[in-house]
Design a protein. Structure first.
Length: 190
């Protein structure tokens, strides 16, 4: 009888020690660990952003990006005949548009590299309303940048001043999802 009691106590201690080695401490963590193990360590956005505010983003903003097979614009390996300055400017405009479409596709697929991030920041500096809205969305969801509700709120307010559809409503949704500390930061900037 004493041996059974010792074995039972030893078994309980081993279970408790084994439970401490795991990463998960809650059901949510266990779910995330299972998803990570099924996706080679990657945590998809639908799991990562479950508790984020639902934002209104025009579908056309992210659907501007066609598939690579649909792109028939200037590719980097294509040679360009420059017969005039107009042709040169047209080729540059096509190359910029091609880069923007690639950037939107990278944001849509959550594969933003520093090149795409730089493209978005440059357009934001030039007051491009769509780029401002997309960067705000990225800050809200943590796509390509660290999630920052204060920065997202400020960008949505900036987009609202540029008459971007749904920007004011998105700013309010982000504000509602903020912690009290984050709200205080927003109030201090106003």
């Amino acid at each position: 009888m004493v041996n059974l009691h010792k074995i039972f106590c030893l078994l309980v201690m081993m279970i408790l020690l084994a439970a401490q080695d795991g990463h998960a401490t809650s059901l949510d963590d266990i779910y995330r660990d299972i998803i990570r193990s099924n996706n080679s360590g990657y945590l998809p956005l639908f799991v990562k952003n479950r508790h984020q505010p639902i934002l209104l983003l025009d579908e056309e903003d992210l659907q501007e990006a066609p598939s690579p097979s649909q792109l028939k614009l200037l590719s980097p390996n294509q040679k360009v005949k420059l017969s005039s300055d107009f042709d040169h400017l047209d080729a540059l405009a096509k190359a910029r548009h091609y880069q923007w479409l690639k950037t939107i596709a990278a944001v849509k697929s959550n594969q933003v590299t520093p090149l795409e991030l730089n493209e978005i920041y440059n357009r934001v500096r030039n007051q491009d309303p769509k780029a401002i809205e997309i960067l705000a969305w990225m800050y809200t969801k943590g796509v390509g940048v660290t999630m920052d509700f204060v920065e997202a709120f400020n960008l949505y307010k900036k987009a609202a001043t540029l008459n971007v559809t749904n920007a004011e409503q998105n700013a309010m949704r982000v504000y509602q999802a903020m912690t009290e500390t984050q709200r205080q930061k927003v109030k201090n900037k106003l």
